[in-house]
Design a protein. Structure first.
Length: 58
């Protein structure tokens, strides 16, 4: 049986999103909403999707 890294990353995606949500919640409760910006996360998510798409095309 061959190990597929892409499937592992796909399976762990909800965990990554949960960690991002926890980080947002934590910093907002600390009164430091300037540390975590949703635009940074959106940009990183778009870059990750583009990277995955490029891997599929290659």
């Amino acid at each position: 049986m061959q190990f597929d890294v892409q499937l592992l990353l796909l399976a762990l995606a909800p965990l990554f999103l949960a960690c991002m949500g926890w980080e947002l919640y934590y910093w907002r409760r600390q009164g430091r909403s300037d540390i975590y910006d949703w635009r940074d996360s959106l940009c990183n998510a778009c870059l990750a999707l583009l990277h995955q798409a490029a891997d599929k095309l290659a």
